[in-house]
Design a protein around this ligand. Structure first.
Ligand code: NAP
Length: 274
């Protein structure tokens, strides 16, 4: 088995310790109630309750008009009783995600919806908010003392919420980053040469033993349903974990860190607003 199994619960506990004695309020905004959102919401409530942080759930009606949504979102933006806002997306198809991203107060935008924060991540602006999952990957590597300095990192996935901002965070830690995607040729060969592989494709079983070597360090960000209906990552864990140096499992890996990073970003938002 891999020498290091990177456990999300250990990383989350360490972030949680660093937040002891702090306090802030989060406003979760959602339109209607989707099952995916509910499990994320439960995770946030549990984590924040352990920290003593406040969470207010603001559920808007499924059929809310664009103009009513905009004015409600503006009101929450200005409400000084919250220091951070998390909007569950995608919004229903009659509402504009893009508009919401432009409306959110960048100082309350703790999961990097706003183009201002995204630009800040790309420009290396310290006070900007990066997406929580990308930060969770960085926290995980940092907790397990895996340095990025001069390392060859391959990120499989180029989304704006994950692969691309993560590549910028890693570049700023002096990694050499290759971003791959569904049109990449010879993906297995490229991954096999990497020191660190970040699997963020959303494709169950994509990373097989052909993609790795005995020194590979793998962070699996994928969340998929297996053919047996179980939660799994992008890595064929059973076959890959025994032959690599370090690996994060799914479940129990990055997903467990994300809500702690959300709490950390909320505290940062409260400090910036003060
Ligand atoms: P996304 O927007 O669908 O992007 C997926 C990316 O992976 C795209 O760039 C796509 O390439 C690439 N890709 C898909 N299949 C591929 C393949 N066979 N080979 C190489 N590249 C491939 O997804 P996302 O929002 O970034 O999320 C990615 C995964 O992370 C999902 O499983 C999601 O559930 C999970 N996730 C986890 C957390 C967490 O807390 N752990 C949070 C957010 C997301 P193209 O650009 O060419 O289409």
């Amino acid at each position: 088995m891999a020498e290091i199994i990177m456990k999300g619960s250990e990383v989350a506990a360490s972030i949680q310790d660093s937040l002891t004695g702090k306090f802030a309020n989060l406003e979760i905004v959602k339109v209607g109630a989707r099952p995916d959102d509910l499990s994320y919401q439960r995770g946030i409530i549990k984590r924040f309750a352990a920290l003593g942080f406040g969470v207010n759930i603001h559920e808007l009606p499924e059929n809310i008009s664009q103009s009513d949504f905009d004015s409600e979102f503006e009101r929450i933006n200005k409400d000084s009783s919250n220091q951070g806002i998390l909007l569950f997306r995608p919004l229903p198809s009659h509402l504009s995600d893009e508009k919401a991203c432009k409306i959110i107060n960048p100082f309350k935008d703790i999961d990097c919806m706003s183009p201002i924060n995204l630009a800040g991540v790309f420009a290396g602006v310290k006070n900007s908010f990066a997406p929580c999952t990308a930060l969770a990957v960085m926290e995980m590597l940092n907790y397990y003392k895996i340095s990025l300095l001069g390392q060859n990192v391959v990120i499989v996935g180029r989304s704006l919420v994950l692969g691309r901002p993560l590549s910028m965070l890693m570049l700023s830690e002096n990694a050499t980053v290759t971003i791959c995607h569904s049109k990449t040729k010879n993906l297995a060969e490229i991954c096999k040469r990497a020191d660190i592989i970040i699997a963020a494709a959303g494709h169950a079983g994509l990373i097989t033993p052909e993609f790795v070597n005995d020194k590979s360090i793998i962070v699996d960000v994928g969340i998929n349903l297996s053919s047996e209906g179980k939660i799994c990552g992008d890595v064929d864990y059973e076959r890959v974990a025994p032959i690599v140096h370090a690996i994060s499992p799914v479940p129990g890996g990055v997903g467990a860190v994300t809500t702690s990073v959300l709490a950390k970003n909320l505290v940062k938002a409260a400090i910036l607003q003060a």
